[in-house]
Design a protein around this ligand. Sequence first.
Ligand code: FES
Ligand code: FES
Length: 184
Amino acid sequence: MPSTNSNSNLNEENLDPASSAEAFTEEKFTFKCNLNGKAISTVIPPSRRLLNVIREDLELTGTKRSCEIGRCGACMVLVDGHPVNSCLAMAYQCSGAEITTIEGLSEAGLHPVQRAFLEEGGFQCGYCTPGMVISVVALLDENPHPTQAEVEEALSGNICRCTGYGGILRAVNKAIGGGVDGRF
Ligand code: FES
Ligand code: FES
């Protein structure tokens, strides 16, 4: 049935999802940040997520892709020192930021948190490990002597499907220096 709305053609054109998506992806901007201590500048669509820039454009595949809805923490990176799920962050939101991926932690050899994971068996398949390590580094940078509750809260956004968390918590305890009530 024809529409009686005289503006219907105009509205339909504006709301056409295909043409809107095309216009959005054709648009480009220069994304600049400091990534692992290096200045980065790359031209991308504003719809590009930080995870895709890191993994696909910059080929830093230590940052993992899993749920893509902010539930698992596999994609965690540091943005200005704070842990961020890069699958949820649009790259433009991180313009000008200091971004650290798992690769950036080990440029001068293994980071102490990575070494603790290695020594305490804090991984099996290892898929969750980069995100776990990033979360622990963020926690210890802010709070070098967290309580057990604070450790559990800091890791509440990181899911491991293999280890049962025992090795991970031992690794965190080792990284802290045995200071988490000695309970792990
Ligand atoms: S892939 Fe980002 S939270 Fe799971
Ligand atoms: S070690 Fe396999 S998901 Fe954590």
